[in-house]
Design a protein around this ligand. Structure first.
Ligand code: ZN
Ligand code: ZN
Ligand code: ZN
Ligand code: ZN
Length: 270
């Protein structure tokens, strides 16, 4: 536990129990519900945000309550991501005092984290390619709002915000890259390979994951029209995400959050 976390523990008096055994919880950064003893899903005591320790950069679980950075630094005001229109999710501050989603920072190639363990502050926003800020998101249809990534398929230029793609259920895969040359192929982690596809090019394996989540309601045979059915389903999901986004991205209270006297949080970031 670093000093900062110690202080946040001793100075806040919010309820305990942030590591709940909620089997349905999924991390809002990687969208996975898997839990390991050294990488559990933490819940913010104020907004109930669910994130893996590793995904949000919390190497040590504090003994007391845990609150996400947004609730710690901006407890009574929603913040917005400088990279996308979504107003929910796991935020961190940027090195220039703005806010961004951890997931946006992970996916936008130019963006990084000053500290790669604590995943903060988010930096290099100024290095984002100018063209990214001008792309039109195929899901929320906004142009020039935040920075988009593009479909990985060669010669497909379809663009989308990272969080829009997440909400629409587009194929997004993050694979760790390990140093080759070790016999086991288990060398040190050197980075992540990230692959995202637009709704047209999302490979079918994404659906396989989905249908297992839905306890096999979906027909998983490889009938000739299943690909068309899959694309129709993707389009439905995109439409649904568009609607959700339209509802969520407007300004206004996102959550009713108890206001904590700012004196409790009167310390600086290390
Ligand atoms: Zn995660
Ligand atoms: Zn929170
Ligand atoms: Zn974002
Ligand atoms: Zn979008």
């Amino acid at each position: 536990m670093d000093n900062f976390e110690k202080e946040s523990y001793f100075q806040s008096q919010v309820s305990e129990g942030h590591v709940l055994a909620d089997e349905d919880a999924i991390c809002c950064i990687c969208l996975d519900g898997e839990c390991h003893s050294n990488n559990v899903i933490l819940f913010c005591d104020l907004c109930n945000l669910a994130v893996h320790q590793e995904c949000y950069g919390v190497p040590h679980i504090p003994d007391g309550p845990w609150v996400c950075r947004r609730c710690l630094y901006s407890p009574s005001r929603a913040v917005s991501c400088c990279l996308c229109p979504c107003r929910r999710g796991a935020f961190k501050q940027t090195d220039d005092g703005d806010w961004a989603h951890v997931v946006c920072a992970l996916w936008i190639p130019e963006v990084g984290f000053a500290n790669s363990v604590f995943l903060e502050p988010i930096d290099s926003i100024d290095r984002v390619a100018t063209a990214r800020w001008k792309l039109t998101c195929c899901i929320c249809k906004r142009r020039g709002f935040g920075a988009c990534i593009q479909c990985h398929k060669t010669s497909c230029y379809t663009a989308f915000h990272v969080t829009c793609a997440q909400q629409a259920g587009l194929y997004m895969k993050v694979e760790p890259i390990r140093d080759v040359g070790t016999l086991s192929g288990d060398g040190p982690l050197t980075g992540f390979r990230k692959t995202a596809f637009c709704e047209q090019h999302s490979p079918k394996e994404n659906e396989a994951q989905e249908s297992s989540d839905n306890s096999g309601i979906e027909d998983d045979t490889t009938s000739p029209d299943s690909l068309a059915g899959y694309h129709a389903k993707m389009q439905e999901k995109v439409k649904h995400a568009r609607k959700l986004l339209a509802e969520n991205s407007h300004f206004g209270p996102v959550l009713s959050v108890p206001v904590i006297p700012s004196s409790r949080f009167d310390f600086t970031i290390v």
